[in-house]
Design a protein around this ligand. Structure first.
Ligand code: UDP
Length: 220
């Protein structure tokens, strides 16, 4: 195996188990074997999950391999950022995993390490940063700009001319209203949009919004 690459899905919990079958398809398509694909988990519950080996990070680093590639399948974006830095320091290559039925139209630029689940659609003229997660059935419409470490839960509907800053989290089934050319609807960094929220106006940074129309959540 020393002259072969090894691929890892970091996180063997819910997110990782949803990504592993897509990763397996990618690895097999490259003509590699499924033994060259493992879960990496720092708090492993088992040595095997859904038929794939689970290694600690130290074990993954110790494997004889020509190259190491890792996809960060953990929904928490702060953990993704921490692990991305660790992997980069250790010479591990970021790996993009996407379902075979993802639709990507014209002029879409996606940063490294993205995870695109089944039925995701990215239409045209879209810019997306590093380590984006788009879960099942999410879409991003035309002329959107999305930052680094942004997370979409399943079924997010992000309409055109929207800007989403770094580390924002968009909950399941949220709908984001279309902005205007030159006057996008903006969701600030580290903002959280609750599930099912209907976002009709800008969301300030580090703010959680819920409901229809979405409003900041009252504290206490
Ligand atoms: N995890 C890890 N290293 C870290 C932080 C988390 O290996 O530094 C693992 C953790 O042990 C768990 C998974 O990542 O198995 C995160 O699972 P969780 O159910 O919290 O979230 P999700 O799978 O939904 O992202």
């Amino acid at each position: 195996m020393a002259d072969q690459p090894i691929f890892g899905i970091y996180g063997a919990s819910g997110c990782g188990r949803g990504i592993m079958p897509l990763a397996r398809e990618q690895v097999l398509r490259l003509g590699l074997s499924r033994e060259q694909l493992v879960f990496i988990d720092d708090g492993p519950q088992a040595r095997q999950v859904n038929g794939q080996s689970v290694l600690s990070y130290a074990e993954f680093l110790a494997c004889a391999a020509a190259e190491r590639h890792v996809a960060l399948a953990i929904a928490n974006s702060a953990i993704r950022e921490k692990l991305a830095q660790q992997c980069a320091q250790d010479g591990i290559l970021p790996w993009t995993v996407q379902a075979g039925n993802v639709v990507i139209m014209d002029e879409v630029c996606i940063g490294e390490g993205a995870l695109l689940s089944p039925f995701v659609t990215l239409t045209s003229n879209i810019q997306i940063g590093r380590y984006f997660h788009a879960n099942l059935y999410s879409y991003v419409e035309h002329d959107c700009r999305i930052g680094d470490y942004v997370t979409f839960a399943p079924g997010v509907r992000c309409n055109g001319n929207v800007v989403i800053a770094d580390h924002a989290y968009i909950g399941a089934g949220a709908v984001i209203k279309q902005g205007r050319p030159g006057q996008p609807l903006v969701i600030g960094h580290h903002a959280v949009v609750g599930m099912g929220a209907v976002v009709t106006r800008d969301v300030p940074p580090e703010t959680t919004v819920i409901g229809n129309p979405a409003r900041p959540m009252q504290k206490g």
